[in-house]
Design a protein. Structure first.
Length: 81
């Protein structure tokens, strides 16, 4: 299972968005649910390390909607529910 996940996500570059997080009012609030703190979430955003639907975002106030697929850094893949 772990090997399959690794191969699909990193070798084939086809990540699975298995983790679902609740939609909050903006990108910062939404991704802070899976980061250690809001400060860390903001750093990810300002360092262009957050992709929403495969487009890099650097605006913490960006509105998120249900169904958005968010990549945080190189290893965190979440889907907004």
């Amino acid at each position: 299972m772990a090997q399959e996940y690794f191969e699909k996500t990193f070798q084939e570059n086809k990540p699975e968005y298995e983790i679902e997080i609740e939609n909050k009012k903006n990108l910062l609030e939404t991704i802070s649910q899976v980061t250690k703190s809001k400060s860390q979430a903001k750093r990810f955003i300002l360092q262009n390390a957050v992709d929403v639907n495969e487009k890099t975002q650097n605006n913490p106030q960006l509105n998120t909607v249900t169904g958005d697929k968010i990549k945080i850094g190189q290893k965190i893949f979440v889907k907004v529910s």
